[in-house]
Design a binder for this molecule. Structure first.
Ligand SMILES: Nc1ncnc2c1ncn2[C@@H]1O[C@H](COP(=O)(O)OP(=O)(O)OP(=O)(O)O)[C@@H](O)[C@H]1O
Length: 523
């Protein structure tokens, strides 16, 4: 290692400038691997070379490490203190359990409500022994968040939220929040509201597809939250959005939510599946036609999708299937912001916001020459790459919870619950068809399974055969590669401006720097 002593020694030994460096200064370099714990840093050394994949990745100096550690400790102490204050001064009762449903924290408010004085009395005890009618142990098993549920504790009706705590794919515990103040009045209102209302009516009152918003879109995983945050920003502008992702990942749902949150929410929303319309009809469908322009053309002509979407949003689904000659025409419409109907000559000026979606790799199609490069860049102003369901398995229980009442209502069936093992199978399966496949499986199971609890043997064979868990390393790798491509896209959009990109990504600038370095992203 290059230490002051060795430099001085090299000086004393009169090392010539053309001596090879290792001979001159680095007699016995100290190496540590980048994934080694810090304790491997030899105590007698002031610095060590860090190696990654057999290559030297950098130099680690002891004083830098110590300084950073001290800073981190101070930061985490402050965070702990903040959490402690929030936890203890919260008016609501808060209880936290571990993966075995044993209590690890219970705040003052909850304990005084239950009449328990020192916290030590409850730590480590099964939550079912401490809290009446609790369901926290169920949440730990199922991973299904339960919001605004009523619970009778010590004879009093309360409103509780129960939220699972996830680490990656595993549930590590759950947090229960109990709301005391004003609950009786609130409960009275709820009772009145619900009076006479059946499950069917409740399900019917739930927002339909037409009313999709980011808030009622199911999914709290980091991957989907990041997409929602990007899409929210995109919805404020008129910028063209391209939504990519496997089939059934929710591309159309996102398109709808963007439109519903945009200033054009009151304008028309027109959607067309480019793959479903035969080539020869596509032009008339998109741009409209004049009377007599082709055999069978309707009397008086007809407006096309572009015209119908004037002052609103046009969703072009499966844009990757658009034939080349139509791509040229679409590009012209986008550039001129006007259409000419088939068989017509008049230019009709338009104000349309375009959202497109595809499950194909359009860049590859550009390279192959089957998708116009200029159109690609024109459409790809903001890109949203939706995660697959297997990349956000922690959302599966919440999706199940969301769809069961809807499907039960649709088929006039009783709602069913899932056993812990059956839910585990749903989480282990790879879901090549994503959310759409999950909904189909739920529909099938709800219709065919006997009894009120769905068991593993009630599930389709493919789901039953799902291996326990995907190796963590693979999942991690995939998450990393997605993160890398996301950072690259945002950086490109921000013209290489890191501050802007960090803001877009919702992360701190230094975090972005670290990630750029870690993934060796060229800026
Ligand atoms: N976040 C979500 N919460 C609840 N349901 C969702 C969510 N995202 C998608 N879905 C449901 O999943 C199904 C598929 O969604 P959608 O049609 O938007 O997918 P897609 O990616 O456009 O599929 P394709 O590429 O096959 O057209 C729909 O039933 C939709 O309601």
């Amino acid at each position: 290692m290059l230490t002051p002593e060795r430099l001085r020694k090299a000086e004393r030994d009169r090392v010539e400038p053309d001596n090879p460096i290792p001979d001159a200064y680095v007699k016995e370099p100290v190496f540590i691997e980048d994934h080694d714990p810090l304790s491997t840093f030899p105590p007698e050394e002031t610095a060590a070379l860090v190696r990654r994949n057999g290559q030297i990745a950098g130099l680690l100096k002891r004083d830098t490490v110590l300084r950073d550690l001290q800073r981190l400790r101070a930061e985490s102490r402050l965070n702990e203190e903040i959490l402690q204050v929030v936890f203890e001064t919260a008016y609501e009762g808060i209880a936290v359990v571990d993966q075995h449903a044993n209590i690890v924290h219970m705040n003052d408010a909850y304990r005084s409500f239950l009449g328990i004085t020192p916290e030590a009395e409850v730590i480590g005890r099964a939550v079912t022994d401490v809290i009446d009618n609790t369901q926290l142990h169920r949440v730990v098993e199922t991973g299904i968040p339960e919001r605004a549920q009523t619970q009778v504790i010590q004879g009093q009706k309360m409103i509780v939220h129960r939220i699972p705590i996830w680490r990656g794919d595993e549930i590590t515990g759950a947090i229960g929040m109990l709301i005391f103040e004003g609950v009786s009045e609130l409960y009275h209102i709820l009772e009145q509201e619900a009076e006479g209302k059946t499950l069917a009516e409740t399900a019917k009152a739930a927002p339909e597809y037409e009313d999709v918003t980011f808030e009622n879109m199911v999914g709290e995983s980091h991957a989907i939250q990041m997409m929602k945050s990007r899409a929210r920003k995109a919805s404020r502008t008129k910028a063209t959005v391209m939504i990519t992702g496997e089939s059934g990942t929710g591309k159309e749902v996102f398109a709808k939510a963007i439109r519903n949150m945009s200033p054009r929410a009151k304008g028309p929303y027109v959607s067309i599946n480019c793959a479903a319309i035969p080539d020869q009809l596509l032009e008339a469908e998109l741009f409209g036609f004049e009377e007599g322009s082709f055999t069978g053309a309707k009397k008086g002509g007809q407006s096309g999708k572009f015209e119908q979407a004037h002052k609103g949003t046009l969703f072009l689904d499966e844009i990757g299937d658009m034939p080349l000659h139509m791509q040229t025409k679409i590009l012209r419409v986008l550039e001129e912001e006007a259409v000419v109907r088939v068989g017509g000559s008049q230019m009709i000026q338009l104000d349309v916001r375009i959202i497109t979606a595809t499950n194909q790799n359009l860049l590859k199609k550009v390279e192959e020459g089957t998708f116009r490069k200029d159109l690609y860049y024109r459409l790809n102003v903001i890109q949203l790459e939706l995660p697959t369901l297997r990349e956000r398995k922690e959302d599966i229980p919440a999706l199940v919870q969301h769809y069961i009442p809807k499907l039960a209502y649709k088929h006039s069936l009783e709602q069913k619950t899932f056993t812990k093992e059956a839910m585990q199978k749903l989480r282990s399966y790879e879901w090549p068809g994503n959310i759409r496949e999950l909904v189909n499986v739920l529909e099938q199971v709800l219709t065919l399974a006997d009894g009120t609890a769905v068991e593993v043997h009630d599930l389709p064979h493919a789901v039953q055969a799902a291996a326990e868990q995907e190796p963590k390393a693979m999942l991690h790798e995939r998450k990393e590669s997605r993160e890398k491509s996301m950072i690259e896209t945002v950086l490109e959009e921000a013209g290489g401006n890191k501050t802007k990109a960090a803001e877009q990504l919702g992360i701190h600038r230094t975090t972005l720097h670290k990630k750029i370095k870690r993934y060796s992203i060229e800026v």
